[in-house]
Ligand binder design. Structure first.
Ligand code: F0G
Length: 449
C-alpha cells in the first residue's frame, strides 16, 4: 500500500476560518505585516508552530479527569516524573509551565553572566534567556547544516572540532555547560546522530564540562536515528532515547512538542548543586516543585503523551507527513531544507525570492505572501528573527501534531506553488518598529514602496 494514512480517526472536530483575499489583505495590514499579530480566526491553516498545538488523544482527555490538584505532593506529578525518568534517567525532574521557563530557571541557577554557552543552534528563547542573564549564546553547527540544499543524514550535528577549539579559546572555566538541541529547530528540524552526542560527550569529559540537551523533539530525533544510523534499526525509540539521555547530565524540554500536550516543560539534572539552586528559583518564579506552574491535570496529559509520542506508527506518520509536503514543494522546484526534518518543512526564502535582499526580510515577505494567497500562516526564521547576520532565510511550515490531514497538506502545497509562479512580483518589507529583544514576535513592518 502506497498511501500513508493518519493512524487515528477523528472524534471531535473544530471548524476553520475560510476567508477571501480582500479580507486577508485587510487582516495583514491590521497586523502590521507580522503574522504573530493575526487573530487565529483569521487563519485557515495554522503552521506558525508545532508547539502546544497538538491534538490530544481521547486517553489524554480522559487522563485530565484524574488530575490531582494538590499544591504539594500531587499524585499527577509522580506519574509525570515516572515517565520522564523512564525515558531520561535523570535524578531531579522539575516541571515548568513551558520550555523557556526551564531555560530561565537553569541559566539563573547556573549564573551565566559573561560566560559562554555553546549549542548546535540555540533556539531563540534559549538565546534570549542566556542574553537576558548577560551571558553569550554561541552556535557551533556543522557545515552541512548551514546549506539548505545539501543532503545529509544528520544536519543537526554539533561541529565537534569547533567545539573543542572554542573551549580552548575561551577556557573551560568560562563555559558552565555545553548544550545540544535535538532536533535542531533553528536549522530546519534536522536530527543529531547518536555518534555526534557521544563525540560531544567525549569533549565535555576531556574539559570537565556538563552536557545538557534541549530535548523538545527527542522522539522525532530518535526516530531518525533508528532510520538512518547503523546499529539502531532494531532498537525501540524508547531504547534509543534512553541511550541518548545517558550521555547527558541534564536537559530542558518544552513538552509542548514531543510531550504531545498543549502546555508544559521541565528542567532535569543529575547535579545536586544545580538542582538545589534551580529548585529555589522554581519555587520563587514558577511554582512548587510538584507542579512548577502547571495545573496538575496537565501533568496527567503529559504522562500519557510521553508514551504516545514513542509509538512508531505515530512517528512514521508524523515524519511521513512532513516528507509528503516537502516532496510536493521540491517537485515543483521550490528549494527547501533537504532532507525534510522532524516537525516541518523549511523553505529557502533566499532562493525563492532571490531579488529581495536580506535588509528587506525576504522570508517574512514570503510568509505574508503565502498568507495572502491562502490563509495559511507560517513563520519567519531569518533576518527578522536573528538580525542581519542570519545563517539562512527560512520560512517554516511547522506541522502541528495529529491536527491536519493529507488534504490540508495538499492545499498548503498548492498555495506555496501559486506564490512561486509569481515570485518575481513579490516585494520586500521595511521595519517600522522593533522591541530590543526577540523582536520578531512584535515587530511592525510595512511593504516597500
Ligand atoms: N527549545 C526549542 C528547540 C524550541 O523549539 C522551543 C520552542 C523552546 C526551546 C522553547 O519552548 O515555547 O515551550 O517556551 N519552540 C516553539 C517553536 C515556540 O515554534 O519552535 P517554549
Amino acid at each position: 500500500m502506497k498511501t500513508q494514512i493518519e493512524p487515528f480517526k477523528i472524534k471531535s472536530v473544530e471548524p476553520i476560518a475560510m476567508t477571501t483575499r480582500e479580507q486577508r489583505e485587510q487582516y495583514l495590514k491590521e497586523a502590521s505585516y507580522n503574522a504573530f499579530a493575526l487573530r487565529s480566526d483569521h487563519v485557515t491553516i495554522d503552521l506558525l508552530t508545532d508547539s502546544g498545538t497538538t491534538a490530544m488523544s481521547s486517553k489524554q482527555w480522559a487522563a485530565l479527569m484524574d488530575g490531582d490538584e494538590a499544591y504539594a505532593g500531587s499524585v499527577s506529578y509522580y506519574k509525570f516524573e515516572d515517565e520522564v525518568r523512564k525515558i531520561t534517567g535523570f535524578k531531579y525532574i522539575m516541571p515548568t509551565h513551558q520550555g523557556r521557563a526551564a531555560e530561565k530557571v537553569l541559566f539563573t541557577a547556573l549564573g551565566v553572566k559573561d560566560k559562554f554557552i555553546p549549542n548546535n543552534t540555540h533556539f531563540d528563547t534559549t538565546r534570549g534567556n542566556i542574553e537576558f542573564n548577560n551571558g553569550n549564546a554561541v552556535d557551533l553547527l556543522n557545515e552541512a547544516g548551514k546549506h539548505p540544499e545539501m543532503i545529509a543524514d544528520f544536519k543537526g550535528n554539533m561541529d565537534v572540532e569547533k567545539l573543542e577549539a572554542f573551549i580552548k579559546e575561551k577556557g573551560a572555566e568560562n563555559i558552565p555547560i555545553v548544550m545540544v538541541t535535538v532536533t535542531n529547530n533553528g536549522g530546519g528540524g534536522q536530527p543529531v546522530s547518536m555518534q555526534n552526542i557521544k563525540d560531544v560527550r567525549k569533549v565535555c569529559d576531556k574539559y570537565g564540562l556538563p552536557l545538557y540537551l534541549d530535548c523538545c523533539r527527542f522522539a522525532e530525533n530518535c526516530y531518525f536515528i533508528k532510520q538512518r544510523e547503523k546499529g539502531y534499526e532494531n532498537k525501540t525509540v524508547l531504547e534509543i532515547a534512553q541511550e541518548l539521555f545517558s550521555y547527558a547530565d541534564g536537559a530542558t524540554m518544552s513538552c509542548k512538542k514531543d510531550g504531545m500536550s498543549n502546555s508544559g516543560g521541565f528542567l532535569a539534572t543529575n547535579d545536586e548543586k544545580v538542582a538545589e539552586k534551580a529548585q529555589t528559583v522554581l519555587i520563587v518564579t514558577e511554582g512548587f516543585l510538584t507542579y512548577g506552574g502547571l495545573t496538575r491535570r496537565d501533568l496527567e496529559a503529559l504522562a500519557v503523551g510521553f508514551r504516545e509520542v514513542m509509538d512508531e506508527n505515530y512517528l512514521r506518520y508524523r515524519i511521513g507527513q512532513v516528507e509528503y509536503l516537502g516532496k510536493k514543494l521540491s517537485d515543483a522546484g521550490i528549494q527547501i531544507v533537504q532532507p525534510t526534518g522532524g516537525h516541518g518543512v523549511f523553505i529557502d526564502a533566499r532562493d525563492f525570492l532571490s531579488h529581495i535582499p536580506s535588509t528587506q526580510f525576504p522570508a517574512q515577505a514570503l510568509c505574508n505572501e503565502i498568507y495572502l494567497e491562502s490563509g495559511v500562516r507560517t513563520v519567519e526564521i531569518g533576518s527578522l528573527m536573528f538580525g542581519p547576520n542570519t545563517m539562512m532565510e527560512l520560512v517554516r511550515l511547522a506541522i502541528p501534531r495529529r491536527v491536519y490531514t493529507q488534504n490540508h497538506m495538499d492545499y498548503v502545497a498548492e498555495a506555496c506553488i501559486e506564490v512561486y509562479k509569481r515570485r518575481n512580483s513579490v516585494k520586500g518589507l521595511k521595519l517600522v518598529w522593533e522591541a530590543p529583544i526577540l523582536r520578531h514576535f512584535t515587530a511592525k513592518l510595512a511593504p516597500m514602496d
